[in-house]
Design a protein around this ligand. Structure first.
Ligand SMILES: *Cc1c(COP(=O)(O)O)cnc(C)c1O
Length: 410
């Protein structure tokens, strides 16, 4: 992707002040990773000829088999998306009452519960890991609690051992939203093997995609059998419905995309990893900017380039930095802002939830995500990092410019 040379000489060269944007084309977070086009087309041709488009077709079955092998798990059921996957799993596990979840997650984690009239009880996170803090989880347990949903944020696994201990002692069901964590491991075991079940998202913006899609991994045969029924309206064979179900099926074309993507999985990881270290190098020594780390002793997908901006040290707040980057056509994103507890309907249900979520609120105000994946490379990353350094070096001017633009308070 072409970019103009950096550094800009004066702050007035910043696009925020009318200068030429550093990138002519917009750099997005979550631009899809794609595998080999010819391989995908060959598969599309086959399914076209076969006229078998959905209902557990040959590609879905092959995809399922490949997932099972990759994760070393007994079952990994492909479904239409992770939100329905979560709804199915929550229902199959017979969760009710209250379920403890982080507020620092994508809204679907909470909605999958509320959709079934189960109350999501928002729990605070650990400052270092950004994942559920097991000590806080324990404090949120009430007689109505039936389960815990951990989210492996950024693909970094939760403290599974501590959460499993809590679940055991309090007789709760433990499951994981592993939407970020496909291809990641914990102590050498692939994510997919923890809790009662783990749910992956294969949405286009995720590390690995099937356009839309997801999967439910579990080592529990009974649970898997129940979910298989539920995702297909409860049909057991022709004309025989034995259960209340919904439509959670993955289509053949999604599975074709998945099979094609799996062939390139190691390449996606290699590109992400290289990019991650290019960011680390480029951002070195910028005051107030911390890049979230990954554990090289584990398998990880390096998909998320997460910065924490400490306004006092950086000279600008996260939102001001984002405004300046957007003007340069770098669409850095806030993630999980402002937190599920501040979105509807939850903010009306629990207007004071934030009081128990200090770490969530702190993180939600500091985090941003930068572009990664196969559509950015070393040159773009160098420019992005130089821009961040330059922008933060001109905090007072940028602050003044942004203040001018704020609509007058009435
Ligand atoms: C993307 C995402 C989901 C939802 O996945 P879909 O496949 O889009 O339904 C759920 N939880 C988290 C943490 C996510 O990032």
């Amino acid at each position: 992707m072409p970019s103009n040379p950096m550094p800009k000489e004066s702050y007035t060269d910043l696009a925020l002040f009318g200068g030429k944007p550093a990138f002519r084309e917009t750099l997005h977070v979550g631009r899809p990773n794609v595998g080999n086009w010819d391989h995908f087309l060959r598969r599309v041709n086959d399914l076209w000829e076969r006229r078998w488009f959905t209902n557990n077709g040959p590609y879905v079955r092959e995809f399922e088999q490949k997932l099972v092998e990759l994760l070393g798990v007994k079952h990994c059921i492909p479904v239409c998306n992770a939100t329905v996957a979560m709804e199915l799993t929550v229902r199959a596990l017979d969760l009710r009452g209250e379920v403890i979840v982080p507020a620092f997650t994508f809204i679907a984690t909470a909605h999958a519960l509320q959709w079934q009239e189960i109350t999501p009880v928002f729990c605070d996170i650990d400052r270092a890991t950004h994942n559920l803090d097991p000590a806080r989880v324990e404090q949120m347990i009430t007689p109505r609690t039936t389960g815990i949903i951990g989210v492996h944020i950024w693909g970094r696994p939760c403290d599974v051992e501590a959460l499993a201990g809590l679940a055991r002692r309090h007789n709760l069901k433990l499951l994981f939203d592993a939407a970020h964590a496909f291809g990641c491991s914990l102590q050498g075991r692939m994510v997919g093997n923890f809790g009662e079940a783990e749910v992956f998202s294969f949405h286009a913006t995720k590390f690995f995609n099937t356009f839309e899609g997801g999967a439910i991994a579990t080592n529990n045969d009974e649970l898997a059998a129940k979910i298989r029924l539920m995702k297909n309206f409860g049909f057991q064979g022709y004309d025989n419905v034995i259960y209340i179900g919904t439509n959670g099926k993955m289509t053949e074309i999604s599975a074709a995309m998945g099979l094609t993507g799996l062939e390139s999985l190691e390449d996606f990881i290699a590109v992400n990893r290289k990019n991650y270290y290019a960011y680390q190098e480029g951002l070195k020594g910028i005051p107030g900017v911390t890049l979230t780390r990954y554990d090289e002793a584990e398998r990880c997908n390096f998909h998320y380039i997460i910065l924490e901006i400490d306004e006092a040290a950086a000279g600008l707040g996260r939102d001001q930095l984002i405004a300046a980057l957007h003007a340069e056509n770098v669409l850095a994103r806030r993630y999980f802002f402002p937190g599920c507890h501040r979105m509807q309907p939850y903010r009306s249900f629990f207007p004071h939830a934030g009081l128990l979520l200090p770490e969530t609120e702190r993180l939600a105000s500091r985090v941003l995500n930068l572009p990664n994946g196969t559509s950015v490379g070393a040159a773009e990353i160098r420019t992005i990092c130089d821009l961040i350094r330059f922008i933060l070096g001109h905090g007072p001017e940028i602050r003044r410019e942004l203040l001018k633009r704020e609509p007058p308070k009435s």
